[in-house]
Design a protein around this ligand. Structure first.
Ligand SMILES: C[S@@+](CC[C@H](N)C(=O)[O-])C[C@H]1O[C@@H](n2cnc3c(N)ncnc32)[C@H](O)[C@@H]1O
Length: 282
């Protein structure tokens, strides 16, 4: 499969899968990053990571009027499935989680059973670059901070378009670089999670319009990125001995260095984050 970056898609996927499946990453993301939600939070009147992470989901959900009982949602890169359980329990949506990490998928399935939501949520081990579902079967394509991992983001938007019903909505967040970010300043940012590059609001707007999506809107919520990464760093420092015990000292020390690069790049104005909504015409 052709990629628009330096690594072929399969290599990028393998690297990402190994990254999230490792015991060190699993323990770190589940215990320190935010529990069942591992995305950037919206720090509106809170500095609590899980609360802020939930605010992001609330905020996104409020922008998708077709989230109603029995509406069909696919979550691309669903992680531990926090958003899927929220959408299933709050709205009665039927959610398909597509996620590359088998380790995360097991936790997702366990939590769905524990919360009696497994009849509404299906968890699929797979890639959002090659979704196995039929054409035009979902009302909402949802994704949080996952598409950055793709080495072919145009293909992810093509797949989203294909599986959306006419009139369906794609709503997603992604850590990005700014539209005017200078070249060659973000290598240390990419290296933390093995990326070749990042998208930008302009990239998503152009790609979405080229596909025929209408109603291409974005909410720029960039200040939350620096706050979120700084809060994660605070939590690591506060829980350093136990974090090292769970994930190894080497992993945590590398994570601290990586997070500092992201915080510095955010302070320099090179990074962006926000919510993008696209509609497939009726
Ligand atoms: C930062 S986590 C976000 C997880 C979840 N969306 C959340 O907000 O809690 C990124 C997720 O993207 C998933 N991912 C990365 N590449 C993927 C791919 N090609 N297909 C499906 N999932 C992928 C990873 O397994 C990981 O769970």
């Amino acid at each position: 499969m052709k990629s628009d970056n330096q690594h072929p898609i399969s290599t990028t996927r393998e690297i990402t899968e190994i990254y999230y499946d490792s015991a060190a990453a699993d323990k770190f993301y589940f215990n320190i990053w935010g529990g069942e939600d591992i995305h950037i939070g919206i720090y509106d009147k809170t500095s609590d990571i899980p609360k802020a992470s939930r605010q992001t989901i609330n905020h996104m959900a409020a922008l998708a009027p077709n989230l109603i009982k029995k509406s069909r949602v696919i979550d691309l890169g669903a992680g531990y499935g926090g958003a899927a359980r929220y959408l299933a329990s709050r709205y009665g949506c039927e959610v398909v989680c597509v996620n590359l990490s088998a380790v995360q998928n097991r936790t997702n399935q366990r939590l769905n059973v524990e919360q009696n939501l497994d009849d509404l949520i299906e968890v699929i081990h797979g890639s959002f670059e090659e979704i196995t579902q039929a054409d035009e079967v979902f009302d909402v394509v949802w994704s949080q901070d996952a598409i950055l991992h793709s080495s072919n983001r145009k293909q992810v938007l093509s797949e989203a378009w294909r599986v959306l019903k006419p009139g369906g909505i794609m709503i997603f967040t992604d850590p990005m670089q700014t539209d005017d970010c200078p070249v060659d300043v973000l290598q240390s940012v990419y290296d933390r999670i093995h990326l070749d590059n990042l998208a930008s609001f302009a990239f998503y707007r152009h790609t979405a319009m080229a596909h025929g999506f209408t109603e291409c809107k974005h909410q720029d919520l960039t200040p939350n990125l620096e706050i979120h990464y700084s809060r994660i760093l605070d939590e690591i420092k506060k829980n350093y001995p136990s974090a090292c015990k769970q994930s190894s000292k080497d992993y945590i020390d590398q994570m601290i260095i990586g997070l500092r690069h992201w915080i510095d790049a955010a302070k320099a104005g090179y990074l962006a984050w926000g919510i993008i909504t696209l509609q497939k015409p009726k």
